[in-house]
Design a protein around this ligand. Structure first.
Ligand code: MCN
Length: 781
């Protein structure tokens, strides 16, 4: 593969050799001399006062080195940070890494032990005597909002943590003048990203130099470093955060948890390195949950299918403490509820409600899958009401002129009709209509469903981050260096968690500089040596921010390489080309100098080879803070079969037409879309975190929380278009979350299409077989 064709090439991932040959180093592989292992005692109760904790028997167990409680933590540490303060005057309950005097969700940490090994630490947990005074639990949204609801936080008048409105234009007038007003109520179950590797931390507090060395499963090393500094009262320079290979993140590892603070405190108390790894059962209650919302929506429309207004309320069913994401995923739902449609007015209320459940946090797609489900449901509903084809309603309402000011964001570019056409063409070419007709003639229920999405990626401009209440900026910094042997190293602060960012950053660097891919190494995962990644890995920002910054840095570096080469070859830099690491005079292919010779000239034998006005070394650093987000878009089509007897849905086909601007690596982008779609399938059909009537979590194994596997995920086809983002060097838009956004609506629309005789309206996810059968029974009275 020639170096100048690397952007856009289907290059195999350079990460995979290590991953597939068992050479990756995950958090549990980190073993330090003298290291202890820790375990956390977690509350079995959803809501209780802690009357007393006696840790003396645990502390006396042989092999135990340190025991801490919430009281100890509070004496040493500040409260846990909330990074997203979306509603400035929202109530922010003060919580610590371990509960101090009250627990507000099952799974909340109460005490922790560091011992010679995990088994001893777990034995010690059983010796801790906690006296609880159980309080009535508020487990559901309805319980939390009831007039006489018990309050989670005594100092607050209700369980409502905050309210805000997202508005555009005059919605009241739009509704007053509408020909049609339609409404729907949506319920989205609790779900969570489910990386195969759970969270973990290995902390070493060096008492002699008062320095903290932390290995952490984090997507956002700089945020973790700053948060540890804030909580532990240390300057960031005293904290090193290293990220091992991550066995998936999916947003869960973006959040900053109390566990990392606990490991640091235990290390400080014991004077030894401490490892704390969450086990799977803990993960179900101690890692952030997401998605759970109730949304009431109305649309106003004209008889010709033009949607003129949207209004309603998003209730974020939050947990018993605020995660670092606060309420922001629900804010994203409210802010994005008009999607790709040019709807002139919006009046959405956002209400954050506390319940005795696990804190709410990040999960791939953030609030966008819910927003997509809502607007695509309402489009289909309006089409049905007016007797119009749903795609006509889509086309009528699509945003057609860009840049477009949505209620919150400016959408930079889009070609929505073309993308819809691309999807429809793919469906046609796949013969789905015929398959559906054939199935129907045999009495088999098969349907085709669609969903069109747009999505803000590349968070973010720091200006927008600040406006939206984030305590962390949105820029990204990348460093590109050519060493004395002519090899290239890209230093990035972004976390590699499976999305292939090492490969794609290497592609951008190699393409821009004109060197072979094999001559580029990407290093990440150490705050002592990595550049500042700002917001870290999240919000599909690796390509639009990191990729763009690498491109700009590499472009400047290339200019320096050409100046040095011109000096050596006695030619003008404008007359030179670099291909595959060889710099040649255009039209004179034998007058060349290699990148290795340039490296030598810049670092070692400077004399006579480096122009006098050039500084030695070859390194460029770029800080990129874009002026705007980058808006990707796509259309998903699903072919599904429904078993009328059992309610089981089988997906027969899955097509995605997608545009994320300039694609760096189509192989990776396709894989990202496939993986995201698998999560959309889980979210639509299977996944639900269930609490019983007393607020206890019931789903704590993969036998209860069903994830789709290879047998549930159908073959997928992706078709690309490319509308580059003008304001992003390279034109890259993000897409790491795209696959998860549109799947839910497309699957449900396919189910509805498969069962026309029932005229179903499905507004709750997941639509499990019992729920689908109940909906079918209800429809037939
Ligand atoms: N890419 C590309 N061309 C583009 C856009 C993206 O080649 N125009 C490539 C990127 O360079 C990167 C991948 O596609 O290798 C995703 O890019 P991007 O959209 O920039 O997203 P990030 O790199 O910021 O990755 C984060 C995103 C998020 S927010 C979650 S959550 C997520 C995800 O991507 N979690 C993942 N993908 C995941 N994939 C795996 N395997 N595991 C996770 O935990």
């Amino acid at each position: 593969m020639r170096s100048d064709g690397l952007i856009g090439a289907r290059v195999s991932r350079i990460e995979d050799v290590r991953l597939l040959t068992g050479r990756a180093q995950f958090i549990d592989d980190v073993r330090l001399p003298g290291m202890l292992e820790a375990a956390i005692l977690r509350s079995p109760l959803p809501h209780a006062r802690i009357a007393s904790i006696d840790v003396s028997r645990a502390a006396a167990l042989p092999g135990v080195y340190a025991v801490v409680t919430g009281v100890d933590v509070k004496a040493l540490c500040g409260p846990q940070p909330v990074i997203w303060r979306t509603i400035p005057d929202m109530f922010f309950p003060e919580t610590y890494a371990l509960a101090v005097d009250k627990v507000t969700y099952p799974g909340q940490g109460i005490a922790a032990v560091a011992a010679k090994d995990r088994a001893t630490a777990e034995d010690a947990l059983e010796l801790i005597d906690v006296q609880y005074e159980e309080l009535p639990a508020v487990s559901t949204l309805e319980q939390a909002l009831a007039q006489d609801a018990p309050r989670l936080f005594d100092e607050w008048p209700s369980n409502v943590l905050g309210r805000m409105a997202v508005q555009k234009g005059d919605a009241d007038t739009a509704f007053a003048e509408a020909d049609v007003v339609l409404s729907a109520d949506f319920r989205f179950a609790r779900q969570m990203g489910m990386p195969l590797e759970t969270r973990g931390v290995v902390a070493t507090w060096d008492p002699f130099i008062d320095r903290l060395d932390v290995w952490l499963t984090t997507q956002a090393p700089n945020i973790a470093q700053a948060s540890l500094g804030e909580v532990l009262g240390l300057p960031v320079a005293k904290i090193r955060v290293r990220t091992p290979d991550l066995g998936g993140g999916f947003g869960n590892k973006f959040d900053f948890y109390g566990d990392e603070v606990v490991a640091c405190v235990l290390s400080r108390q014991s004077g030894k390195p401490v490892k704390l790894i969450e086990d799977r059962a803990e993960s179900f209650v101690a890692t952030v949950h997401s998605r759970e919302q109730k949304v009431e929506v109305e649309i106003a429309a004209r008889d010709d299918g033009t949607i003129t207004g949207m209004r309603g309320t998003v209730y974020g069913v939050l947990g018993g403490a605020l995660g670092t994401a606060g309420l922001s995923p629900c804010w994203v739902t409210a802010a994005s509820v008009t999607g790709p449609y040019d709807i002139a007015t919006l009046d959405m209320n956002l209400v954050g409600v506390a319940t005795n459940r696990t804190p709410y946090g990040s999960f791939r797609g953030y609030g966008l899958p819910k927003a997509n489900f809502i607007y695509e449901h309402m489009v289909e509903k309006l089409a049905k009401h007016l007797g119009m084809p749903a795609h006509d309603v889509r086309r009528k309402n699509f945003i057609k002129e860009f840049p477009y000011q949505s209620p919150v964001f400016v959408f930079d570019s889009g070609r929505y009709e073309e993308c819809l056409d691309l999807c429809l063409e793919a469906v046609h070419n796949s013969g789905w209509q015929q398959i559906r007709e054939d199935a129907r003639s045999r009495g088999v229920a098969v349907g085709i469903g669609y969903s069109f999405q747009n999505e803000v990626t590349g968070l973010g401009p720091s200006r927008i981050q600040t406006l939206a209440g984030s305590a962390h900026s949105g820029f990204d910094e990348e460093v590109v260096r050519i060493d004395s042997s002519g090899h290239v190293t890209v230093y990035t602060g972004l976390s590699a968690m499976g999305q292939g960012i090492h490969t794609t950053l290497a592609q951008v660097a190699a393409h821009t500089l004109g060197v072979p891919l094999a001559h580029v190494t990407v290093l990440s995962g150490d705050t002592d040596s990595s550049p500042y990644s700002g917001y870290g890995t999240g919000a599909s920002r690796g390509a639009p921010l990191g990729g763009a910054a690498v491109r700009t840095a590499a472009t400047r570096l290339k200019a320096k390489v050409l100046r040095i080469a011109g000096y050596i070859l006695e030619a003008s830099p404008d007359d030179l080309d670099i291909t595959d690491g060889i710099i040649a005079v255009k039209g004179v292919p034998d007058r060349t100098v290699t990148m290795a010779e340039i490296g030598d000239a810049a670092y070692r034998r400077l004399n006579g080879k480096l122009p006098e006005d050039e500084t030695p070394t070859l390194e460029e650093r770029e800080v990129f803070d874009p002026v705007n987000v980058a808006t990707a878009f796509g259309c998903t089509a699903v072919l599904a079969e429904v078993d009328r007897e059992t309610g089981v849905v089988t997906l027969l086909g899955y097509l995605i037409a997608h545009d994320c601007g300039t694609v760096i690596n189509p192989l990776i982008v396709d894989g990202q879309l496939h993986g995201g779609a698998a999560q959309a399938i889980g979210g639509a059909l299977y996944e639900e975190l269930v609490y019983d009537g007393d607020g206890r979590m019931l789903t704590r194994t993969f036998a209860d929380y069903l994830l789709p596997s290879a047998t549930e995920v159908p073959p997928m086809t992706v078709n690309h278009m490319a509308t580059p983002a003008d304001h992003i060097p390279g034109g890259f838009k993000g897409m790491g979350e795209s696959g998860v956004i549109g799947g839910g609506a497309a699957i449900v629309n396919a189910i509805v299409d498969a069962l026309p005789e029932y005229d179903l309206e499905i507004t709750s996810l997941p639509i499990t077989p019992p729920r689908l059968l109940a909906a079918m029974r209800k429809a037939t009275g």
